[in-house]
Design a protein around this ligand. Structure first.
Ligand code: ISE
Length: 342
């Protein structure tokens, strides 16, 4: 088989980076066409790579016979619609997270994929390809430090663009935690609760910040994730899993530690820079993720995060959003898992 020909919807930051990866880093793949809600953004990227621009006509690009795989990196609210249109063409689909902004839309995707009879969609939960998280999972699964009991995590962003809402702290941000925690624990959610705590001075923009998200699992584990969508200092992702006989903790991304002369207060210091751009933190994981996806498509069988995983994250996300302000845990109730995802 020749190179897989990608058509990419969305020419924003992550769309441009993924196209670059597919063209320069990922073996067995190339990008043949792009589209974007802002037609000029697609034109510009198409010109750079000397490929076809569909301007803002993503629907036409999905139908293009020269496009084998549709990659969706447009804004979250458009994902469901584009996935459905891609499935209507029975084409492979790589959809950035979230699969949708609610569970009901994901159910529709699942029913359609099940109707086709095989997995065609992979969701961009790239953390599963990060060496730190993968090593944590390996240690937990080895049983060497006993059964997992508690996860303490945080997800902090520097700031948000216009239009960001409190619920997006779940659907856009904590969605990663909802996926990675059940993956790390090999467990499912029983119930969840979103708690509003003292608000940061960076939170006067009409959305809650921070929010604390609590999840209890079927095996009885407790998960506590602090989400700050505007911390004003950095993109800070932390995760510690407490097990019976020890703990595993996500390492900080590799960076040089500087030790130097006293500062103006006369204290010598040791410091490591903190990243601010979320795209840099998981840069290696994004490469591995797309390499894995392309290999899987060449082999005719997807193995990465599925529509089912996208759906579960949205069911738990819906419950978190519904619990806000109630001081109560909400049950996470899902449909039965179809065979194609087992
Ligand atoms: C951003 O939109 C992302 O997609 C990142 O994966 C996520 O970690 C970040 O918090 C979001 O703002």
């Amino acid at each position: 088989m020749g190179d897989l020909r990608f058509g990419s919807i969305g020419c924003g930051a992550i769309g441009r980076e993924h196209c670059n990866r597919l063209i320069n880093t990922v073996p067995g793949a190339t990008v043949v066409a792009v589209s974007d809600y802002v037609a000029e953004a697609a034109d510009e990227l198409a010109k750079k790579w000397n490929i076809k621009s569909y301007g803002s006509d993503s629907d036409a690009m999905i139908k293009d016979k020269d496009v084998d795989v549709v990659m969706i990196t447009s804004i979250d609210s458009t994902h469901h619609d584009y996935v459905m249109k891609t499935l209507a063409e029975k084409k492979w689909c790589f959809c950035e997270k979230p699969l949708s902004q609610n569970a009901k839309d994901c159910e529709e995707i699942i029913k359609t994929e099940v109707g086709i009879g095989k997995r065609l969609v992979q969701v961009g939960f790239m953390r599963r390809y990060d060496t730190g998280y993968a090593e944590m999972k390996r240690i937990i699964e080895s049983g060497e430090i006993g059964a997992p009991l508690v996860i303490k995590a945080c997800h902090r962003n520097v700031s948000q663009g216009p239009g960001f809402k409190t619920e997006n702290g779940v659907t856009n941000v904590a969605i990663h935690e909802l996926d990675i925690c059940r993956w790390l624990l090999d467990d499912e959610y029983e119930d969840v609760q979103c708690v509003k705590v003292r608000q940061s001075k960076n939170s006067d923009k009409g959305y809650d910040n921070p929010q604390v998200m609590l999840m209890r699992t079927k095996k009885g584990c407790f998960i506590d994730v602090e989400v700050q969508v505007a911390d004003g200092y950095g993109y800070d992702i932390q995760c510690e899993v407490v097990c019976e006989n020890g703990t595993v903790k996500l390492p900080d991304p590799y960076a040089v530690v500087r030790r130097s002369r006293p500062d103006k207060n006369n204290s010598p210091w040791e410091a490591m820079p903190i990243m601010t751009d979320w795209k840099d933190r998981f840069i290696a994981a994004y490469d591995v993720e797309l390499i894995d996806f392309v290999n899987a498509v060449h082999n005719g069988k997807l193995t990465g995060p599925s529509s089912w995983d996208g759906y579960i994250a949205c069911v738990a996300g819906d419950a978190l959003n519904a619990s806000r302000g109630t001081s109560q845990f909400k049950k996470v109730e899902t449909m039965d898992k179809p065979d194609i995802y087992k």
